[in-house]
Design a protein around this ligand. Sequence first.
Ligand code: FAD
Ligand code: DLZ
Ligand code: SF4
Length: 515
Amino acid sequence: MTHAGTLRPVLGDQISDGRLPSLSDLDPARDVVLFAEVREEASYVPHHRQKIALVFAGMRGFAERLQKAGIPVRYVRLDDPANTHTLTGEIARAVAAEGCGRVVLTEPGEWRLKEAFEVFAGDAPVPVQIREDDRFICSHRAFRDWAKDKQSLRMENFYRHIRRRTGLLMDGDAPTGGRWNFDVENRKRLPKGAQAPARRFIGPNAIARQALDDVARWFPDGFGALDTFSYATTPQEAERLLAAFLDDILPGFGDYQDAMAKGEPWLWHSVLSASINLGLLDPLDVCQRAEARYRAGTAPLNAVEGFIRQILGWREFVRGVYWLRMPDYKDRNALNANRRLPWFYWSGETDMACIRDVVQITNNNAYAHHIQRLMVTGNFAMLLGVHPDAINEWYMAVYADAYEWVELPNTHGMATFADGGIVGSKPYAAAGAYINRMSDYCGHCRYDVKQRIGDDACPFNALYWDLLDRNRKTLGSNIRLAMPYKSLGRMSDADRKAIRERAERWRIAFGALPL
Ligand code: FAD
Ligand code: DLZ
Ligand code: SF4
């Protein structure tokens, strides 16, 4: 019983030196900061091993920096024999062992944990204070205020609102360049022979190397390669990655934002999401630094606006929707999807060149860029009719940047339309022609993207038309789907029957069986 002060638990995605609300009034003479590696967090989904190593390395590094600054730290490792393996169990154990008089923590990023902490707070022997996480640009209240008089929540409206509020890319009351959104200039296919820029990534530091070794030992059969780890685990490393992105990549960010290319994981994407979500980078600072590049004339407006829209717009918007709509948001299944996820989402063993490439990239890097997540794996899971829970589990598991506040609205809302239109006004459903237009995958594939029915036909095709046919009741009156429904209407009954049968044969062949 050495400390009568406050226990301040820090969670794995709260690696924010000097910026964490729960540490703002820390008293080094009386308080203790708690970090706990626990099995419940490390295995509530079968996380990619790089994600576990990233979180553990982030926690261990932060703990060391605090200790060096003279702050008492209690660090519980995963292999500690006394570990209770839940965060609340470790907080309770620490309160008793350290003799703390209260607990102060920053709210977690997942409903599941928020509930667990609230239950814990109700029963705890000492007062528990849960502080709002202010490492975002829009607070819960500000989002609720914006949303309260809206019939539907649309990112574009939110984005304009928050551009005005922050003054980012604004010239007085007007958007810089006279337009809010330069997206139409950001949908180019990659020209033949175009080379993605070289990346200045970083190798693992000593703490990360130790975390990688531990994870290899503790999760020998887990998903994902470990030897390709190149994530930042400290604020200094994240700063180096941000600076390299602003110098080398940002100027070309806009042009090929929707493009995909076989064996090219990064193209012009920033690969900063894992650092921002872990807390190593501040989202507003990242946006301001990007804007400064435009003002200095070293990056064009379509690139800078496109990049800022992803963070200021999409990232803040999906977080707002998550906290506004949970917990029922997670149970939504607007298209009544009820199939299993095919095994090749884990193994990559499929003849479909697009899926194979995205799963291999995902396995290697715990990363895939947005269009790969949305239009390849997400789109295909929706076309197959995979149950939203199975899709969520996969996305939560395989990406280093996955936390439920950001993953769920992207899968339920953007990729699969499980939310029935809260995030997007229509499903991002597409047949093979879209992938053919935006990538070189089809040229490397055993399937023929132009065929709809035969054994060699691209599986996306029959499954796409079948999705529209099966969901006519839910989607048929959607104005944004008028064109494809018109085409479907022109098909004969025999054609539609053939599509239906072909689609079901694909589902069975791929193991997408009813649950
Ligand atoms: P860039 O293309 O360089 O974009 C810049 C930044 O903008 C990103 O770092 C990220 O912070 C932000 N951003 C871009 N798009 C989004 C978006 N739709 N939602 C929220 N932030 C965005 N992102 C996550 O951070 N975690 C997830 O678990 C996640 N799951 C997704 C699941 C699906 C099905 C889809 C379609 C998208 C998902 N996204 C998720 C959003 C997006 O795909 C990733 O943020 C992006 O691919 C990360 O790569 P990047 O850093 O190179 O992004
Ligand atoms: C993702 C993750 C993992 C893998 N492990 C831990 C852990 O052992 N201890 C911890 O405090 N946090 C971990 N996390 C992050 C939490 O799951 C995270 O705080 C929630 O996902 C909420 O965003
Ligand atoms: Fe993917 Fe179909 Fe193209 Fe093959 S043909 S790469 S399955 S879209």
